[in-house]
Design a protein around this ligand. Structure first.
Ligand code: HEC
Length: 154
């Protein structure tokens, strides 16, 4: 039984980390080019802004303006930027940007899910669904900032 336990343990370890040297150097290569601040302000926020600027209504001097795209190119642009937001969730989980493997991952996956909803809404040209997904994205941004931007009060 002891022998069996050890074998089982080795199998488990092999599965997760490699038992012996056959699993060495199988880590996927990547190269970070952004600090967290740059990631947020150069990559994620500009893409999210395209979504938010394409959903809902604004009141102007000449009345209420519907922000939803009016052309195929406009909807495609929202689809493309929703894709950037979704993939930003994956980038945030990479070593170098990931802060921890607990709540941080939940927020990052939440960002992916919300952005995929926005992308689908853009592909369906569904303004209501896009507005809802935009709100969902905003809530994830805020939730992660509340949890991880310690000095947001100053
Ligand atoms: C997984 C966590 C997480 C998510 C999700 C997230 N952020 Fe951030 N964000 C951070 C952290 C941590 C910082 C602080 C890093 C810094 O600025 O140095 C930050 C900082 C920022 C900043 C800079 C703020 C400042 O005053 O310096 C902006 C802008 C920003 N985020 C936008 C967004 C937007 C827009 C979204 C959603 C589309 C978003 N973030 C989602 C973690 C997150």
């Amino acid at each position: 039984m002891k022998f069996f336990d050890n074998r089982m343990m080795c199998l488990l370890i092999t599965f997760f980390a490699g038992c012996g040297d056959t699993q060495q150097n199988t880590q996927v290569p990547f190269k970070n080019t952004l600090s967290m601040h740059e990631m947020m302000t150069w990559y994620l926020e500009p893409a999210a802004d395209v979504i938010w600027d394409s959903a809902g209504f604004v009141i102007t001097e000449s009345g209420e303006v519907d922000l939803q795209p009016t052309t195929q190119e406009g909807w495609d642009n929202v689809r493309n930027n929703a894709t950037v937001v979704a993939e930003a969730g994956n980038l945030l989980m990479m070593p170098g940007l990931a802060v921890d493997a607990v709540d941080w991952q939940d927020y990052s996956v939440g960002l992916i899910d919300a952005a995929v909803n926005a992308r689908q809404a853009a592909m369906n040209k569904d303004a209501d669904a896009l507005f809802e997904a935009g709100g969902q994205i905003y809530n994830v941004c805020r939730a992660c900032h509340n949890r991880y931007m310690m000095d947001s009060s100053d």
